[in-house]
Design a protein around this ligand. Structure first.
Ligand code: NDP
Length: 518
């Protein structure tokens, strides 16, 4: 179990604080597993000062020096995975497998990926130009770390979501202050401790534990902010960043649709619908949140999914293989799930599996894996982010209706299409207004760190992963180098002369004015 020793009130990251303590609860048992300091704005300012002092030396480590520490951290994570999984479970209440597959495996890959690819994504680029005035000059595009990055993380994946962003920011040569969710701060403190063991210098990564106000204070100090969480809070962060004229990258809410066409492999589609709506108890930004099924296969699909969902075990995780669906991590989330199901039932939906909160004797917070049918877009469960183990399934007449309904959402994070005709699936995927779309698959794009992952519409701004996922932590610098053999005076300079101007006009005509006019 994670304990209070992860954080002590007097010496948290070496920053003195006079604020309150935040208790950390195990959502599967109701027990308090630790406390962390609620750091105020003054503490965040102090951390920022220390980070700025540490950054030049960290940048000077170069890609090799930084990559060595990140590669060590990859091994540290695997050597300490039992302790890390235990800590993640203790503050999220998720199952062993959800911690192992979606947190440890992701982060282990990410440490190695960014250690290896940062030098390639951020290498100086020699640019070629057709511009005549720069003929013979050296043109360079260079990426320079921004300096101090703020990462604000949510509670659903305390390792993957927070460190998925910290790692590339660090690899680029930045210092980072991470503000984890007040609900799940222990994992961040443990990983920061691990990184120090691996040789990460003091103050390069600091953890600012606290509530929303601590996050708001962080935005005021950093050179760039990476935020993952709700669209509502994301807007506030974007407004503060705009006022300060710093870049913000936002990964926000989603309402991911799945489309099942009548020629789909129904068994595969049913397994994917079940797994990717219930995995992590549905608390994943790219969970399948709603399904549209073509009429001819609707009944069979619904029957298969309902059987599979009814077979799932929900409750406090007790090691590998104990339950499929763990706790609801964030207390108010249970109310949202209950409200969405109640609203759907009030408007005529039928519950085929689940439909209730689970009263666990031990004080844990759970919701039954739930399947709803006879749903439509007048219901919150089809239009608002539920973020729980719920799967509403809607019958559609054809793929056109499915695409229209899939796009009838303010969100645009991920989507999936199931059909045996992969080419048709791809054509449909292209028409869905989301940052990612999978054909005969779901969520898998997130594990491909070479591919960008970001939201369309109200699901976010910018992306993580791929070249853009590290370049966003840098500013671009264009460098033009003219050799010492250049003339003392360029042709366009003073004094202006009629003959030269005529000659230049002729030259521009020759360069840009030739060719047909429409
Ligand atoms: P929030 O968006 O409020 O929280 C995300 C992070 O932002 C937390 O660390 C939070 O701190 C911090 N924060 C809160 N207020 C501010 C602020 N004014 N300025 C800067 N940072 C702030 O999400 P919630 O935890 O309240 O969850 C609400 C909903 O968001 C969920 O129901 C779900 O729908 C969605 N969500 C989406 C996620 C995703 O992966 N895209 C992840 C989690 C939630 P603290 O926790 O201490 O308040």
């Amino acid at each position: 179990m994670a304990t209070v020793e992860h954080a002590t009130p007097q010496a948290h990251n070496g920053v003195a604080h006079a604020g309150d303590e935040i208790p950390v609860e195990n959502p599967a048992t109701g027990q308090i597993v630790g406390t962390v300091p609620d750091l105020g704005a003054a503490a965040v300012t102090e951390m920022a000062k220390r980070a700025r002092a540490a950054q030049p030396a960290w940048e000077a480590y170069g890609f090799d020096g930084r990559g060595r520490i990140l590669s060590r951290a990859q091994k540290w994570l695997l050597d300490n995975q039992d302790r890390v999984i235990e800590t993640i479970i203790s503050e999220t209440g998720k199952t062993f497998e959800d911690a192992e597959l979606a947190e440890i495996a992701y982060a282990a890959n990410a440490f190695g990926f960014w250690a290896k690819h940062a030098p390639e994504y951020l290498a100086d680029e020699r640019i070629k130009s057709g511009q005549i005035l720069v003929k013979g000059k050296k043109l360079l595009l260079r990426y320079r770390p921004l300096g101090l990055i703020g990462v604000i993380g949510p509670w659903n994946y305390p390792l993957t979501n927070s460190f998925g962003d910290c790692i590339p920011a660090l690899a680029a040569g930045n210092c980072v202050i991470l503000k984890p969710s007040e609900v799940t701060p222990l994992t961040s403190l443990l990983i920061a401790e691990g990184l120090r063991e691996c040789g990460l210098p003091e103050d390069v990564l600091q953890i600012a534990t606290g509530r929303g106000e601590t996050g708001a204070a962080l935005v005021e100090e950093v050179d760039m902010i990476m935020f993952t969480g709700s669209t509502r809070t994301g807007r506030k962060v974007a407004e503060s960043a705009a006022r300060r004229l710093i870049p913000a990258s936002l990964e926000l809410g989603g309402k991911d649709p799945m489309i099942v066409l009548s020629d789909a492999d129904l068994e595969r589609a049913a397994n994917f619908a079940t797994y990717y709506s219930m995995q992590n108890a549905g608390q994943t930004c790219i969970s399948i949140e709603r399904v549209y099924v073509e009429e001819p296969v609707y009944d069979e699909f619904v029957a298969r999914v309902s059987d599979k969902v009814r077979a799932l075990r929900v409750g406090p995780p007790a090691g590998p293989g104990s339950v499929e669906v763990g706790a609801i991590t964030f207390p108010p989330q249970l109310e949202t799930i209950e409200a969405h199901v109640a609203d759907a039932v009030d408007r005529g939906a039928r519950v085929l599996a689940g439909g209730h909160a689970v009263q666990s004797g031990g004080g844990g917070r759970f919701y039954e894996p739930t399947v709803l049918v006879d749903v439509d877009h007048t219901m919150k469960i089809m239009t608002e982010e539920t973020f729980g183990p719920t799967l509403p399934i809607m019958k559609v007449s054809d793929s056109e209706e499915a695409v229209r309904l899939a796009n009838d959402s303010p969100y645009g994070l991920g989507a999936s299409v199931f059909t045996r005709d992969a080419e048709r699936g791809e054509q449909i995927a292209r028409r869905i207004e989301t940052g990612a779309a999978n054909v005969n698959d779901a969520l898998i794009n997130y594990t491909v760190l070479e591919l960008p992952m970001g939201g369309a519409k109200a699901s976010g701004l910018g992306s993580r992963h791929g070249a853009g996922g590290i370049r966003k932590y840098c500013s671009q610098q264009a460098i033009v180098v003219t050799s010492r053999l250049a003339p003392k005076r360029e042709v366009h300079m003073y004094p202006y002369k009629r003959r030269t101007s005529r000659m230049l006009a002729g030259l521009f005509k020759l360069m840009y004015g030739r060719g047909k006019r429409d």
